[in-house]
Design a protein around this ligand. Structure first.
Ligand SMILES: C[S+](C)CC[C@H](N)C(=O)O
Ligand SMILES: N[C@@H](CCS)C(=O)O
Ligand SMILES: [Zn+2]
Length: 327
C-alpha cells in the first residue's frame, strides 16, 4: 500500500490545462505585500501559526490571477523547526496539515464559484505541497549554496524529509513540490524517499541555480538528473527561485538530459542575502518580460511555468495571459 490518493496523471492534467500549466507566484512575497513580518527562522511558515487567514487569501489571489496549481505554505514548515519553537510533534504535524487544508479550501471555494460559468475556461486547480530543501530549514541561505558539510549524508537528509512528506501526502495534497534543492545528494534523498514511501501522487523536484549552468553546489545538472532519471516516481524536474535570465538555456539543457516534464518558476532576478535576510537588487524581469518569456519557455519545452520569490499575482496574470491566449 502506498501513501496518497491514486490520482490522475500529471499528463492528463496538463492536457486539460491546454498543454502547459500555470503555477502561482512568490507565496512569501505576497504575504509580505499584505504586511506579514516573516523575518524569522520559520520564514513564511510563521503565518501558519500567526495568520492562517492571510495564507488562504494569498492562495485565492493566485487563483484569481490564473494559477492552475497552488504551492502550499509549507516551504519552511518543518517538524524540527516547529519543535525548536517549543511546539509538540502533534502541534507541528497539525500545522503541516493546515498548510494543505488552507490551499485545498481556497481551491474548492474558487472552483465552486466559477465551475458553472459557461464563459470560464479553467481547470480545477491542483494543490502542490511545498517541501523546501534542508538548506531552507537552516535559514542561512544554504538553499543557494548547496554545501551542507561533511555531517550531512543521504540518510540524514531522508530522515529530515520523511515525516513531513508523509504528513503532507496524507493531508490530501495532489502533488509534491520539492523546492530549491541545491545539490545532488538531496535530490537523490528526495527521489529515493518517494520510492521508499511508495508515494502515489505526482511530484516535481526543482533545483536552484546561481550560475545558470549548474546546481548551487557546483555539481552539473547532468550528474543531478542522471540520478533522478532512474526514479519513475519523480514526475517532473526543473528550476525554481533562480534568476529568470538563466531559464531559457536551462530548459534547453534539461531537454537534452531528461525525458521528464520540465517545470520552471524563476524569481524576479533579485538575489537573497541569507545573512541580512533581504533581497538585493540585481538584473530583474518585470511582468511584461515574464509575459514575453513565458511563451519562449513553453516553446523550448517547459510544461509547468510560474514565478517564485518577488513575483506577484500580476506576474502570474501576465504568464497566464501569454500561455492561455489561444483559449
Ligand atoms: C527562498 S529563501 C528567500 C527563504 C528564506 C531562507 N530559507 C531563510 O530563512 O533565510
Ligand atoms: N514556495 C516558496 C518558495 C520559496 S523559494 C514561496 O513561494 O514562498
Ligand atoms: Zn523562491
Amino acid at each position: 500500500m502506498g501513501i496518497g490518493k491514486e490520482s490522475a496523471t500529471l499528463e492528463d492534467f496538463l492536457e486539460k490545462a491546454g498543454g502547459c500549466a500555470v503555477l502561482d507566484g512568490g507565496f512569501a512575497t505576497q504575504l509580505e505585500r499584505h504586511g506579514a513580518t516573516i523575518n524569522d527562522p520559520l520564514w513564511s511558515a510563521l503565518c501558519l501559526i500567526k495568520d492562517p487567514h492571510l495564507i488562504q487569501k494569498v492562495h485565492q489571489e493566485y487563483l484569481e490571477a490564473g494559477a492552475d496549481i497552488l504551492v502550499t505554505s509549507s516551504y519552511q514548515a518543518t517538524i524540527p523547526g516547529f519543535l525548536s519553537r517549543g511546539l509538540s510533534i502533534e502541534e507541528a504535524e497539525t500545522l503541516l496539515r493546515r498548510s494543505v487544508k488552507l490551499a485545498v479550501e481556497a481551491r474548492d471555494k474558487f472552483w465552486d464559484a466559477i465551475k458553472t460559468n459557461p464563459y470560464q475556461n479553467r481547470t480545477k486547480a491542483l494543490v502542490a505541497a511545498s517541501i523546501g530543501s534542508y538548506g531552507a530549514y537552516l535559514a542561512d541561505g544554504s538553499e543557494y549554496g548547496g554545501n551542507y558539510g561533511p555531517d550531512v549524508n543521504l540518510d540524514k537528509l531522508k530522515d529530515f524529509h520523511r515525516r513531513r512528506l508523509q504528513v503532507l501526502v496524507e493531508a490530501g495534497a495532489d502533488l509534491l513540490a520539492f523546492e530549491t534543492i541545491p545539490n545532488k545528494l538531496e535530490a537523490q534523498a528526495c527521489a529515493e524517499l518517494l520510492e521508499e514511501e511508495n508515494v502515489q501522487i505526482p511530484s516535481w523536484i526543482c533545483f536552484s541555480s546561481v550560475d545558470g549552468k549548474n546546481a548551487p553546489s557546483g555539481e552539473s545538472f547532468n550528474e543531478c538528473l542522471d540520478v533522478l532519471n532512474k526514479i519513475n516516481k519523480v514526475t517532473a524536474v526543473g528550476i525554481n527561485c533562480a534568476p529568470p535570465h538563466f531559464v531559457l538555456a536551462l530548459i534547453q539543457k534539461f531537454k537534452e538530459l531528461t525525458g521528464k516534464a520540465i517545470v520552471v518558476y524563476p524569481n524576479s532576478g533579485e538575489i537573497w542575502d541569507g545573512v541580512a535576510k533581504r533581497w538585493l537588487p540585481s538584473k530583474c524581469f518585470d511582468d511584461e518580460k515574464f509575459e514575453l518569456f513565458a511563451t519562449r519557455w513553453r516553446d523550448a519545452g517547459a510544461k509547468l511555468i510560474g514565478g517564485c520569490c518577488r513575483t506577484t499575482p500580476d506576474t502570474v496574470r501576465a504568464i497566464s495571459k501569454a500561455l492561455k491566449e489561444w483559449s
